[in-house]
Design a protein around this ligand. Structure first.
Ligand code: NAD
Length: 330
């Protein structure tokens, strides 16, 4: 098929081209994101291949349909950036990569926990400056602390297993509980109990209308003072201004983010020569107890290989049969 690949960084291109040796699709790579401003680039293609911050709202999908696009191939698991109803209405099939490496995201989640606790980010800077003082770097044993996991699917369960290995009691909340999690001792409780009992809260549910701003002023109010909050799922699970208030009051003791609700204008680009325009994000950067990475939890060699392979297999399956086993519907 003729495929327009959007948001294609050199590393994406490398892995997709390698996987395409087996499939022989006709690929054109665009570094730019897909949006209303760039949708004209999809003219003359049969499919678009997109990532987390491409904007596939109803207007973009209508334009894609008018350009003859019959498939949207997501290179990710989450699909909150796609208007599935609009795609269905225009007869465009949407497929995703449901699982590539839950380990990549789970391990990054735990890396954020450890960095925040032992202040590795600050310690590294100090040592490089010849400052070997320990004042201000005091951490705590994670062993024995209660970890609350919201969303115990493919990634949440891997986080549960790692934290079980640390010797942490586990609490979980999910709309459909996972037996495997219960087998390692995770106890399913109401959300309110997670907030009131967990020392570390980590988010692994999808972004949906139900989970939008799940962590808001009310939720933060009921958390343990000094709790650690980690979000490697989707930015808008958290109301960032409420979390900033929580950090200022000390209610939130540590914040680790790999995602941010307005990340579309920031992440995946080198903006180091520009003035940061997002004042909320700028405020987050001022806290010593906040660590932010730019949506890199997925970014391992293993994950990129699997993403490229599954994405192209999805497209080949659709080309051959008109169907795709990884199709998502509204
Ligand atoms: P998954 O579908 O396997 O698991 C998600 C879990 O959330 C499911 O068990 C589901 O029942 C649960 N859930 C759904 N609605 C819920 C709700 N309202 N409250 C509580 N739980 C709810 O997905 P996954 O592969 O584990 O991925 C989880 C999320 O991680 C994805 O949605 C995606 O947004 C994010 N993600 C981030 C990165 C990254 O690089 N930072 C990479 C991959 C995935």
């Amino acid at each position: 098929m003729k495929i327009a690949v959007f948001s294609a960084k050199p590393y994406d291109r490398q892995f997709i081209e390698k996987a395409n040796e087996e499939h022989q699709h006709e690929l054109t790579f665009f570094e730019t994101r897909l949006s209303a401003a760039t949708v004209a680039l999809a003219d003359g293609f049969q499919a678009v291949c997109v990532f987390v911050n491409d904007q596939l709202d109803s207007a973009v999908i209508k334009s894609l349909s008018e350009s003859g696009i019959t498939m949207i191939a997501l290179r990710c698991a989450g699909y909150n950036n796609v208007d599935l109803k609009a795609a269905q209405a225009h007869g465009i099939l949407v497929a995703r990569v449901p699982a590539y490496s839950p380990y990549a995201v789970a391990e990054h989640t735990v890396a954020l926990m450890l960095t925040l606790n032992r202040q590795i980010h600050r310690a590294n800077n100090r040592v490089r400056e010849g400052n070997f003082a320990l004042d201000g770097l005091l951490g705590f044993d994670i062993h024995g602390l209660t970890v609350g996991i919201i969303g115990t699917g493919k990634i949440g369960i891997e986080v549960a297993k790692i934290m079980h290995g640390f010797g942490c009691p586990l609490l979980g909340f999910d709309v459909s509980p996972n037996v495997e999690a219960e087998e390692i001792g995770l106890k399913y409780v109401k959300l309110e109990e997670i907030y009131s009992q967990a020392d570390i809260i980590t988010l692994h549910c999808p972004l949906t209308p139900q989970t939008h701003h799940l962590i808001n002023l009310q939720a933060i109010k009921t958390m343990k003072t000094g709790a650690m909050l980690i979000n490697t799922s989707r930015g808008a699970l958290i109301d960032t201004t409420a979390v900033i208030d929580g950090l200022k009051s000390g209610k939130i003791g540590y914040l680790g983010l790999d995602v941010y609700e307005e990340e579309g204008d920031l992440f995946f680009e080198d903006l180091s020569n520009l003035v940061l325009q997002d004042d909320v994000f700028a405020r987050l950067l001022t806290f010593p107890n906040v660590v932010i990475t730019g949506h890199q939890a997925f970014f391992t060699r293993n994950a990129l290989e699997k993403i490229a392979h599954t994405t192209l297999a999805n497209i080949t399956e659709f080309e051959k049969s008109g169907k795709c086993s990884n199709q998502i519907t509204a």
